[in-house]
Design a protein around this ligand. Structure first.
Ligand code: DSN
Length: 428
């Protein structure tokens, strides 16, 4: 195509000003607020360019070298590059499938590969920090399989491995999940491997939240231990929205067939390219330093919140997130999250273990440092953040105070430009 052809095409701002304006608004929101949702991040400009590219035009059911449509000269190279970069980053001993549309479809593929409806599966309960797809009753993984949930100890809110072992011996699950969405401590993958061996279960590690930390050596790795490892690609890994599955070579065929044609149609090739770019970025020293700082920031923020009288679950954190019970401050999680949002601090309300309150109106907040650390914020900013969270929780209805804090946060954010954010008129 000639440049003349390209220049005749209207920009998004010209073709669809409404959507362009909304994207510009989101750029601004993501720039001028502190994004503390533990599962979010800022994908780089390079990742966004790949993920928003022409590669999305192509259908490519199948796998590299074995497709159902012609014209795969480029797509096969993209998918192979993504796979080889992920193997170099995580483990060359695992087969990789980069086609799952996101984390939940990746996990469903694990069920499709190894289980039949009615089989017993085990995972961490949602209320204890697990994920819906690890067997929760509202998910098909809890409806179509016999789901047995394990939890955390009441005394210290850590995963109770003795209880996991006892439950596994009693129920003999076909599939044993180790993975979390709201758990501030490291997961002992070696212990899960032992338990899976004792009962003959497939051991699946879901590292969606921590895959960036694992890649950088900031969290113990499940590679070499788990039969299957699943992950999203957009959390601490900082890629586009997507999913990936790693498995031992003997399970490659089962996993690939489960993803396609078992569950999905054509892969999202532009997302695959974005994953390849993210894998390249994650192999750098800069990413390793980033992941280290994510944990340093989370630990520091947890300490400051403890000092300010918040009940931090487990007393601190080993990873990128903090779970905090705000009820000692005289407020519940939901009104606290809503007031914080008005003050420019964006996070989610969350149940805490053994929460006496209901899931839609729980006691806690989940606070993550991946996105703010991508902006280069460090412990000095965590000190300010702890003070702001404390002020908002003490006076959630003081709209003048919330507006003042939102202004201070905007000023701070201006000093820390976020990766991939484009500001200004027409910057969709
Ligand atoms: N929605 C993700 C999270 O926030 O943890 C999990 O799928």
């Amino acid at each position: 195509m000639t440049s003349a052809n390209v220049s005749t095409q209207p920009s998004l701002a010209a073709a669809d000003p409404e959507i362009a304006a909304l994207i510009a608004d989101e750029n601004l929101r993501e720039h001028e607020t502190l994004r503390l949702i533990a599962s979010e991040n800022y994908a780089s400009q390079a990742v966004q360019e790949a993920a928003g590219s022409v590669l999305a035009n192509k259908y490519s059911e199948g796998y590299p070298g074995k497709r159902y449509y012609e014209g795969q000269q480029v797509i096969d190279q993209v998918e192979r590059l993504a796979i080889s970069r992920l193997q170099a980053l995580f483990s060359a001993d695992y087969h990789v499938n980069v086609q799952p549309y996101s984390g939940s479809p990746a996990n469903l593929a694990v069920y499709a590969a190894f289980c039949k409806p009615g089989d017993t599966i085990m995972g961490l309960g949602l209320a204890a920090g697990g994920h819906l797809t690890h067997g929760h009753g509202v998910s098909v993984t809890g409806k179509w399989f016999h789901s047995v949930s394990y939890g955390v100890r009441e005394s210290d809110h850590r995963i109770d491995l003795d209880a996991v072992r006892a439950l596994a011996k009693e129920h003999k699950p076909k599939l044993l999940w180790a993975g979390t969405t709201a758990y501030p401590r490291t997961v002992d993958f070696a212990a899960f491997r032992e338990i899976a061996n004792e009962v003959g279960a497939i051991f699946a590690a879901d590292i969606a939240h921590i895959s960036g930390l694992v890649a950088a050596g900031e969290h113990p790795s499940p590679f070499g231990l788990a039969d299957v490892v699943t992950s999203t690609t957009h959390k601490t890994f900082r890629g586009p929205r997507g999913g990936m599955i790693f498995c031992k070579p003997e399970h490659a065929s089962a996993i690939d067939k489960a993803v396609f044609p078992g569950l999905q149609g054509g892969p999202h090739n532009a997302a695959t390219a974005g994953i390849a770019v993210a894998a390249k970025e994650a192999s750098t020293d800069a990413f390793k330093a980033y992941a280290k700082q994510v944990v340093v920031n989370a630990k520091h923020l947890a300490e400051k919140l403890v000092e300010r009288g918040f009940r931090v679950i487990t007393g601190g954190t080993d990873n990128h997130l903090i779970l905090v019970d705000v009820t000692p401050k005289g407020i519940a999680g939901k009104p606290a999250a809503q007031a914080l949002d008005r003050a420019g601090i964006v996070l989610n309300y969350n149940a805490v273990p053994f929460d006496p309150r209901k899931p839609f109106d729980p006691s806690g907040l989940r606070i993550g440092t991946p996105a703010i650390t991508s902006r280069g914020m460090g412990i000095a900013e965590m000190d300010r953040l702890a003070a702001w969270i404390d002020l908002v929780c003490q006076s959630p209805s003081d709209e003048a105070l919330l507006a003042k804090i939102a202004g201070e946060i905007k000023d701070m954010c201006n000093a820390f430009p976020a990766p991939g954010i484009r500001l200004g008129k027409g910057q969709a």
